[in-house]
Design a protein around this ligand. Sequence first.
Ligand code: C6P
Length: 411
Amino acid sequence: MQHTAQSIKGIAGDFPILDQKVNGHPLIYFDNAATTQKPGQVVEALRRYYEHDNANVHRGIHELSNRATRAFENARTRAAAFINARSAEEIVFTRGTTEGINLVANSWGAKFIKAGDKILLTEMEHHSNIVPWQLLAQRTGAQLAFLPVNGDRGLLDLTRLSDSLTPDVKLLAMTHISNTLGTINPVADFCEHARKRGIVTLIDAAQSAGHRPLDVQEIGCDFLVFSGHKMCGPTGIGVLYGRGELLEQMPPYQGGGEMILSCDFYETTYKKPPHKFEAGTPDISGAIGLQAAMNYLDEIGRNNIAHHDQELGAYAFEKLSSMKGIRLFGPTIGRAGLVSFLLNGVHAHDVVTVADQRGIALRGGHHCNQPLMRKLGVESTARASFYFYNTTAEIDRFVEVLREIQKFFGA
Ligand code: C6P
């Protein structure tokens, strides 16, 4: 990271929540893949909105409503620039990654997926990128297929891709970064293969949007989804990017206010995308907070964040590799800023519980990756996931605590 250790300290100052003791120890927050902390700048944007501009959008002609509408639509334009979409019309605000995928499955899927079609996923998908497709397959008679993960190292085999992209495959939906393995998938390559065969692509960017530069045109995907709360933004807001021509062809996802052009007792005409997909009062403050988060991340520099992530990921992986009695998951090199592991003879939940007693926030469980866990032959893992406010000194302390845990459990 171009930022020195000192300037990282400066960044940590933007996060008052990190400056506290938990169970008598300085908090080390290593649960960033679940949700990240929010800088003062985001909290302040929410406060300012509620204290000065709060009103409903797209409805009033009074000043506050105009201000709220402008701020909400500015946030959309900002989100488009953040991922290099061609226009703000390609940005649909959602509640998060999960809702974005459900929207595509229910709208695009309902119109374009038919019995006998195949939906291609990978074995490392989060439940959010499996269950909506199962529901769609059950409704339509389509089938699911999965690109295999090559065991504990957690890589997808690109050479197997061509064989899997058979003419019946209509959609490839896959994660950019695995929340359990830390694998960074070369999504642009996958999308290029799919595009050549006319297959629609969806990228789950839940774990990448706040961690590295994202360019939907460079990736070449048709849909991309992410959550604000995993990138310094508020909970309850997310983005669905959809390629303009596809959004135009898709039916509404939900019906209600805000998405209609004209409504009669028996029929309705809809607004154009993206508003066609945003029924009801949206999360106005969420979008404004998300814009503040995007500005904040770009001030730090997303390349800097990616570099820092990779440094911490590699450092932690190396430190853990030198321990005895540990099983590590995910790639040995080129990994994202998280490590998943099991200590021999110690349940992941016990690792997390004892770490919490030392002030370290980890996550233990299946991480909404149950099919992957079964493939790996485990029920759960313990996971430490990092962000730009974390340091190597915190990782050193974390490793020390893991050694204490091994001693305590006689492992
Ligand atoms: N993973 C974790 O790993 P939502 O809940 O909609 O904001 O995000 C869902 C989601 C989708 N895809 C991936 C790759 C994810 O990692 C997640 C969320 C969290 O701790 C919660 S299981």
